[in-house]
Design a binder for this molecule. Structure first.
Ligand code: GUN
Length: 283
């Protein structure tokens, strides 16, 4: 039997409708939620992501501003900009689009964002809070995955979740969020020896490797929930995930498509975190 498709686009619309009521409530109190996005250099993918974030903000009633810096920008200039945004009462969320150019110290830049405005949840303090079960902001992509599981009534407690990928943006926070909900979690990478031996035992398999179609049908337990975080462009221009969708959907119980799966949820959770930051700022 073919897997149930988890439609991220549809769910993202539903979650946005729910949160737009919260944004509206703030606006009526004279508080317009505000997001500042910092982008350094001319990474084509980053520019597209930022454009999509700005558009999504305006659709839900969030004020947004983009601070563009050239590729050769000085780190101190960016740090000064973040300092000013930290003090700006109209800005509730600050996001530094990654990757930064090689001459930047990612950790220093992220650590300069005020903890209460770090809507990506990447600041060390917020990472520590998440790991200790005191989450302040959930990083947007794993947050979106958790909402997908929850809204599809997929049980997590006691399940074996396997996460392939160990990035600070997806893999690590994903593993801790699943652990917090009672899953037994295994973290693998694309280089894990006998990867299949782990994936075959996964009730929930989250793939975030950036390797096109690396998870094949033979690696998946029948009936498993397969979440594909990857988005890769093939030589023919088409997009595909890290999972061989056509084959795996014949084995899995649930599967997310690419595009139209995790992607729309990521941006939605950024909007939610920005509204949450604005709500907190008024109390
Ligand atoms: N680059 C790729 N994904 C992300 C993300 O979720 N946040 C930021 N800031 N940069 C990214």
């Amino acid at each position: 039997m073919s897997a149930q498709i988890i439609d991220g686009k549809k769910l993202a619309e539903l979650v946005r409708t729910e949160w737009s009521a919260r944004a509206e409530k703030l606006i009526q109190l004279g508080i317009k939620p505000g997001l500042a996005v910092i982008i350094v250099g001319d990474n084509a993918a980053s520019s597209i992501y930022v454009r999509n974030k700005v558009r999504a903000c305006s659709e839900i009633g969030i004020y947004s501003e983009v601070h563009n810096f050239p590729q050769h920008a000085d780190q101190d200039e960016v740090l000064q900009c973040i300092q000013a945004l930290n003090q700006n009462p109209h800005i509730h969320g600050i996001l530094v689009q990654l990757p930064l150019p090689a001459h930047f110290e990612n950790n220093r830049v992220i650590a300069s964002i005020a903890v209460e405005k770090d809507v990506d949840g990447f600041h060390h303090y917020n990472v520590g809070a998440l790991v200790t079960g005191n989450t302040i902001f959930s990083p947007c992509t794993p947050y979106g995955v958790m909402v997908m599981l929850e809204r599809n009534r997929i049980p997590i407690e006691g399940q074996h979740a396997v996460v392939i990928g160990r990035s600070n943006i997806v893999g690590k926070p994903m593993a801790f969020m699943l652990l917090e909900q009672g899953a037994t979690v295994t973290i693998c990478t694309s280089k894990t020896r006998n990867l299949q031996q782990f994936t075959k035992n996964a009730d929930i398999l989250v793939v975030a490797t950036g390797k096109p179609r690396m998870v094949t049908a033979g690696m998946v337990k029948p009936g498993a929930v397969v979440i594909d975080v990857g988005i890769n462009r093939l030589p023919d221009g088409k997009l595909c995930g890290d999972v061989d969708y056509d084959a795996v959907k014949e084995v899995a119980g649930f599967i997310t498509p690419v595009p139209g799966g995790v992607g729309p949820m990521t941006i939605t959770m950024l909007l939610c975190n920005t509204i949450l930051a604005a709500e907190r700022a008024q109390t």
